[in-house]
Design a protein around this ligand. Structure first.
Ligand code: ATP
Ligand code: MG
Length: 618
């Protein structure tokens, strides 16, 4: 259903917020930006990919539901790894805290292992994007081939390029990559004739961004942006997990870190407790049968966590976001008092400490009018529709988050484009040879702010050869950098004497080669045929039937195990309630209701299986 220019058929293009924790897809329906719900009726889909024991690929809610029992083969927060190198601190941190296995890829990149198969990170992200494409296609009843995808404003070129590759593997033409805070601003200002200076504070599951924008009657101009692509809810979870693991260790002498299932249960409980503490002042973290010792003693974890304790554990993380806000304001030469509004984006901004610190810092009550989970996807959809229909009165002027340059003699970094320059942009500079009879030059392309070249992110390198032999300083080479509206970099070098030119795709040092990409694109197309034929409702009903049978079969055993302990009484009551509700939903036709009951049955079953396996009974 490709509506080429001039065709009367309507072309559909969606906006996708590919999040660390949740992914959301939206479109513009008759001038109204609208989120597209998934098959279960949810407006966001967990960014999780798993491989089941039978080799079936699971994405979204279905992957999340089995994460505890299949922790080693469930990848979450892949966005923290996209476009990163194996030897980066980010890869080390993920390796230490995540139950899934990552390995070094052939290009010094990071790959994830799911059962016997190793996948590149763009491929894992592509599975999520493919699911979003499907959700949109089922909802709109047309094929969707094009999308605008959002990335954290502070993503560098490698991360942007890898995200674009993910889109391509998923069978999507990524017509534009836009920055998440900018997308949020677009959704905030869309259709209103505003003239305001605003700050967007976006703290999500994995990344933090802050952008300052000038919005004036349809023109959205980013003045400056800053962030940290490794700071988000995941880090808050790790703090709570560490605290739980330590107190469990103090009480029992057991370190649970090597037990992947226990670790995943703790992670789940930590996140749940954090979210509860956004409303309650205190919460109980209760993990019965968490660990079985070699002498088959069963250990339970039970802790009370207060909001004040959580704030103490994570205060420095919130402080880090505030210093980044400070930095970006000073870089933009903007006074806090000049801002008219501060907009909170991302699930983490529901945390009261975050809201309080942001309000204090900006001296403004954050704007309540935007939905923190949906606003980025809505903005992406608005941009997508504006790109299709040039008559729309929207102009987006974004900036590059990092300076761009090359390494020069002495190991220094020479900037050609400064950070916060409006994109698209390009810049040229003429360099000379440094040795007599030097016939080639090597250009190292870097992105970052340090004066020392190698402290910055290496984007790629190339050699321009065949220069005329001459005394040092005699041969001139002109280097031109360009940054597209996507924030993606290209570089060329020209021997000014001969006119010889060489250009590079600067992603040469990480990610996937063109051949690999091509193969993955083909593979995923054949997979699409397979998934599209599924009948969701019937599948769910059968799944619910199977789950009811399994939970019923285990119920007497679990009741028996739990009867001697104070733990789990609640769990039995919940299981019985879930069974009752499932019976009712089975005869209804509401997919959402059925999805909810299968989810709660899955959780019950996971819990039951955990209890039974821990106590060694089958
Ligand atoms: N009520 C709540 N209180 C505290 N934290 C919450 C709450 N609801 C969600 N979160 C946290 O918000 C995070 C997810 O936010 P969001 O969905 O905006 O992230 P994302 O878009 O997937 O990630 P990113 O933008 O960083 O790539 C999770 O860490 C989650 O625990
Ligand atoms: Mg987000």
């Amino acid at each position: 259903m490709k509506g080429k220019n001039g065709s009367a058929r309507r072309e559909y293009v969606v906006g996708i917020d590919l999040g660390t924790t949740n992914t959301c897809v939206a479109w513009v329906d008759d001038s109204v930006p609208t989120v597209i719900p998934n098959k279960g009726g949810y407006k966001t889909t967990p960014s999780m990919v798993a491989m089941s024991e039978s080799g079936k690929r699971l994405v979204g809610h279905i992957a999340k539901r089995q994460a505890i029992t299949n922790a080693q083969n469930t990848v979450y927060a892949a966005k923290r790894l996209i476009g990163r190198k194996w030897d980066s601190p980010a890869a080390r941190a993920v390796q230490q805290s995540c139950p899934y296995v990552i390995v070094e890829g052939p290009h010094g990149d990071v790959r994830a292992r799911l059962r016997e198969q190793v996948y590149s990170i763009p491929e894992v992200s592509a599975f999520i994007l493919q699911e979003m494409k499907l959700i949109a296609e089922q909802y709109l009843s047309v094929q969707v081939d094009r999308a605008v995808i959002t990335v954290p404003a502070y993503f560098n070129d490698n991360q942007r390029q890898a995200t674009k590759d993910a889109g391509r593997i998923a069978g999507l033409e990524v017509i534009r990559i836009i920055n998440e805070p900018t997308a949020a601003a677009l959704a905030y200002g869309f259709g209103k004739d505003l003239e305001r200076k605003v700050a967007i504070y976006d703290l999500g599951g994995g990344t933090f961004d802050v952008s300052i924008l000038d919005i004036g009657h349809g023109v959205f101009e980013v003045i400056s942006t800053a962030g940290d692509t490794f700071l988000g809810g995941e880090d808050f979870d790790i703090r709570v997990m560490d605290w739980l693991i330590q107190s469990f260790h103090e009480k029992t002498g057991v370190d649970v870190r090597d037990d992947r299932m226990a670790l995943q249960r703790i992670k789940d409980a930590a996140e749940k407790a954090r979210c509860e503490l956004s409303i309650a002042r205190e919460t109980l973290i209760d993990l019965p049968f968490l660990y079985t010792t070699p002498t088959t003693e069963t250990l339970h974890l039970q802790e009370t966590l207060s909001r004040a304790q959580l704030e103490e554990l994570t205060r420095d993380l919130v402080d880090r976001t505030i210093s980044i806000c400070e930095r970006t304001l000073s870089e933009a030469n903007i006074d806090r008092g000049d801002l008219d509004d501060v907009i909170l984006v991302g699930g983490m901004t529901r945390m009261p400490l975050v809201q309080q610190r942001v309000a204090e810092f900006f001296g403004l009550e954050p704007c309540k009018g935007v939905h923190p989970d949906e606003v980025v996807a809505l903005g992406a959809a608005i941009q997508a529709s504006a790109l299709l229909d040039e008559s729309q009165d929207i102009l987006l002027l974004d900036v590059t988050p990092h300076s761009l340059g090359i390494m020069i003699v002495g190991g220094y970094f020479h900037k050609l484009i400064e950070q916060n320059t409006t994109v698209p942009t390009s810049a040229s500079h003429v360099f000379t040879t440094v040795r007599d009879n030097q016939t080639s030059v090597k250009i190292l392309v870097l992105q970052g702010e340090s004066d020392q070249a190698m402290d910055n992110e290496l984007l790629g390198e190339f050699i321009l050869s065949g220069l005329r032999k001459a005394a040092r300083g005699q041969v001139e080479v002109e280097v031109t950098f360009s940054i597209s509206a996507d924030g993606i970099v290209s570089v060329s070098a020209k021997d000014l004497e001969t006119g010889r030119e060489q250009s590079i795709k600067v992603t040469a040092t990480s990610g996937l080669t063109e051949d690999e990409l091509q193969r993955l694109v083909e593979q995923s197309q054949s997979y699409m045929v397979e998934v599209r034929t599924s009948e969701e409702f019937e599948r769910r009903r059968q799944q619910a039937e199977r789950l009811i049978a399994e939970v019923r079969a285990l119920l007497p055993t679990v009741k028996g195990i739990m009867s001697g302990t104070s733990f789990g009484r609640d769990a039995i009551a919940k299981a019985e309630a879930a069974l009752d509700r499932a019976q009712t939903e089975m005869s209804a036709t509401d997919l959402r209701g059925l999805t909810e009951v299968t989810e709660s049955l899955e959780r019950t079953l996971n819990m039951f299986r955990g209890v039974v396996s821990k106590t060694g009974l089958t």
